[in-house]
Design a protein around this ligand. Structure first.
Ligand code: SAH
Length: 208
């Protein structure tokens, strides 16, 4: 598929704001050179270290569900290639910011390089265990988790603003994408069955 074909295929199912951001960010920059010809196929692609860049429709659905607005302070866990963070950065605009935590050092530096090449200025890649969140820049309007957890990590809930939203896949075998909204308490909605790599860390799965 080409970028235009991919966008055409998602139109009607995904909000315009998200589609517009996807039309502006070149996904080919974020995938390894050898598979660049498949950059706009709607599928996850390997980025090394046993990890993948999520399928475009999954990035789109997660951005849509979060209802991202200009100027928001965003936390992503599982930066991977940096593509999903770049799309969120494009949506929140120059007055907003995306902090993205990635556990694998090599992927963190590759993602930083990808973002620089793509000209993205409002995304900061941080190396570390994102299952504990990133307290230094909390609270967040939105948190997007790109790896599946045994349960919603408590630190992520704590770092969410009142009225804030968190999207996260939960489960080991069967995984469910959850939307958690912070009101007086926390409201949890089940969105759909999904497939993600595991969130490995203190508040995630233990490393084997
Ligand atoms: N959003 C990414 C896809 C990431 S795949 C993209 O657009 O390319 C999930 C990523 O989560 C992997 O890169 C994996 O290394 C990372 N990950 C797993 N456990 C983590 C943790 N505890 N903290 C931060 N990143 C983690």
């Amino acid at each position: 598929m080409s970028r235009e074909e991919l966008l055409e295929y998602m139109r009607g199912r995904i909000g315009d704001k998200v589609l517009q951001a996807m039309s502006r960010v070149p996904r080919e920059i974020f995938v390894p050179e050898e598979i660049r010809s498949r950059a706009y196929d709607d599928t996850p692609l390997p980025i090394g270290h046993g990890q993948t860049i999520s399928a475009p429709h999954m990035v789109a659905i997660m951005c849509d569900i979060l209802d991202l607005q200009k100027g928001m302070n965003i936390l992503e866990i599982g930066g991977g290639s940096g593509y999903h963070a770049a799309i969120m950065g494009e949506i929140v605009g120059p007055d907003g910011h995306v902090y993205s935590v990635e556990r694998v050092p090599e992927l963190t530096s590759q993602a930083r390089e990808n973002l620089q090449l793509a000209g993205v200025l409002n995304v900061t890649l941080v190396e570390g265990d994102g299952s504990a969140g990133l307290p230094e820049h909390a609270p967040y309007d939105r948190i997007s988790v790109a790896a599946t957890a045994p349960a919603v990590p408590e630190p992520l809930k704590d770092q969410l603003k009142k009225g804030g939203k968190l999207v996260i896949p939960v489960g080991a075998g069967y995984q469910e994408l959850l939307l958690v909204t912070r009101k007086n308490g926390f409201v949890v909605e089940e969105k759909m069955g999904v497939v993600f790599v595991p969130l490995i860390g203190e508040h995630g799965f233990k490393e084997r």
